[in-house]
Structures are given as C-alpha cells and as structure tokens.
Design a protein around this ligand. Structure first.
Ligand code: FES
Length: 289
C-alpha cells in the first residue's frame, strides 16, 4: 500500500476524480468537502499527503495549510487552484507546499504529481527531515543542487546562474526547489519565482530528454508555425504534459526566439533550427537520440 491521502475540495466531483485516479495506484484516499472537518481528520489521522483546494468557504487553503503545518509538519502538501497559479504558488511557497496542481488537470498530471510528491515525502521522512526544502527527485540531485547553492551563495547576482545550473541538474524547477534556492541565496522566494516565471527558458514542469520549443510569434506564425506544431503532435503523440510516452521529447510553444529573419524557427535543446519545413521536422528530430 502506498501513502494515505486526504483530498480537501468543496467540489465533491474533484474528490471523486482524485479517488478514481489514485486508489488504483495503491493510495488510500480519503476526502472531504468541509475544511473544518479536514482539520479534525488531520488531528486524528496521519496523512502522508494532503491535496487541498485554495479557494474554499470558511477556512481557505492557505489557512488549512498553515494549520496543518502546525499540527503535522511532516505532511506533504499539494495545492490545487483554478485561479492565478503564479500568485498562488508565490503565496503557498512560503507555507511549504511540495507541488501544485492547476485546475483543470488531467488524470496523468494528477498521477505524476502525486507519485513525485509521495517519493519526496518518503525520502524526507527516511532522512528524519521535516521541511520541504530538500524536495527533489533523487538524493544525488539534491546533493548537487545543495553544492551549487553553497558555491554561489556569496556571489552577488548569481540567481540566474544557480537557476540555470539547477535546471540542468533536475530538468525543471519545482516550487520546493525554488524555495531551497531562495533560502540558500538569502533572497525572497517571490524573487526566485518572478525570475522563473519571466524567462521562458525556465520551467516548473518536467521536460523530456530533448525539449522542442516551437516559436509561434508573428513572423513564425505567418510562415506556418502552426503546421509545425501539428506535424510534431501527429508524429510524437505527446501526452497532456506535452511529453512523449518514452519521455524522450517534450515540446512547448514560445512567442519569439529572437531569430525572426529565419522564420519559422524551432529550438531543440540549445540548437536553433531556422526556415523549418514542416514536412522535414522528423529529419531534424532524427539527430536527437
Ligand atoms: S517570431 Fe519566431 S523567432 Fe521571432
């Protein structure tokens, strides 16, 4: 049996949906539409993970997270919201969430997020740690990120360098890792989030081994960038996270890659490809194993 999960959402359909996905995975899932009842359950039960909506009548998600951390600091928390995810993350990062779900989310995204948080949570507990600061998907990666922060913590203006190198190590910058970096560099977590949100090269979601960025800015769009997207999707069959099943490729669209004269443009990892013929997209991808 995997961990115990409590889902708190004033919409009972969300709770049923979470059950439908997580119980077949081996999780023991309890749910309530009433945040007050949730707090009583948290007092009397040891949940490994709490998945909570942020906007609820009476006690909202922020208050629920704050009280949960007081009562059971080891509990891993996933925040879910249908509203401004950026603002929500900024606020909930301060409270120590391990990850987030933006509504509406697909069963795959729910399953991946919970699986990842469950792994983090087990690791943290096995180390006797109680904070989410060490959240990452492997001990060696955490060590590498910690070493990086130590290396740069006295170097002024090193945030961009640390973020880029951390993304190289982990492949993405989940909220818990942003918090780790903020703490290490002694800067507000909101500053880290602002930088991560501003630069399109950073991602808070897992990417494939090779990441494809398709420019759909005006110059590229005028030269059939939409056909490139269509051909890619037809060829690679991305899931809802825009990752192929074998995790070899992921893709995202961006507004301009700064090479408009060569439109349409795509980037695969750090390689720029200009004047792309949509029918030759598979030829380009053959170079990436
Ligand atoms: S619009 Fe595509 S590179 Fe500028």
């Amino acid at each position: 049996m995997k961990g115990n999960i409590l889902v708190v959402d004033d919409d009972s359909i969300i709770i049923r949906s979470c059950r439908g996905v997580l119980e077949p995975m081996g999780f023991d899932v309890n749910g309530t539409t009433n945040p007050k009842e949730a707090l009583e359950l948290i007092k009397t039960h040891d949940y490994d993970i709490i998945i909570t909506d942020m906007i609820m009548p009476g006690i909202d998600g922020f208050e629920l997270i704050r009280r949960t951390k007081e009562l059971k600091p080891n509990t891993a928390i996933i925040a879910m919201t249908g509203y401004s995810i950026k603002e929500t993350i900024k606020d909930t990062l301060e409270y120590g969430i391990l990850d987030y779900l933006q509504k509406p989310f697909s069963p795959n995204i729910l399953a991946d997020t919970v699986e990842r948080v469950d792994n983090m949570s087990r690791k943290l507990k096995s180390q006797g740690a109680v904070s989410g600061d060490e959240a990452a998907d492997g001990a060696h990666k955490i060590d590498a990120v910690n070493a990086l922060i130590k290396q740069y913590k006295t170097v002024p203006g090193s945030l961009i360098t640390v973020l880029s190198k951390t993304q190289e190590i982990l492949g993405y910058l989940p909220p818990a890792v942003q918090r780790l970096i903020a703490k290490g560099l002694r800067i507000p977590v909101s500053e880290v989030l602002s930088v991560v949100s501003f630069y399109p090269c950073y991602t808070m979601r897992v990417r494939g081994k090779h990441n494809i960025r398709v420019c759909i800015g005006a110059a590229c769009y005028a030269k059939k960038a939409d056909t490139i997207v269509q051909k890619l999707c037809d060829h690679l069959h991305f899931n809802e996270d825009n990752i192929t099943e074998d995790k070899k490729f992921s893709y995202e669209t961006v507004r301009c890659l700064g090479a408009c004269a060569s439109a349409p443009v795509i980037e695969v990892d750090h390689d720029s490809h200009g004047t792309v013929d949509p029918d030759k997209i598979t030829e380009i991808l053959k170079n990436y194993n």
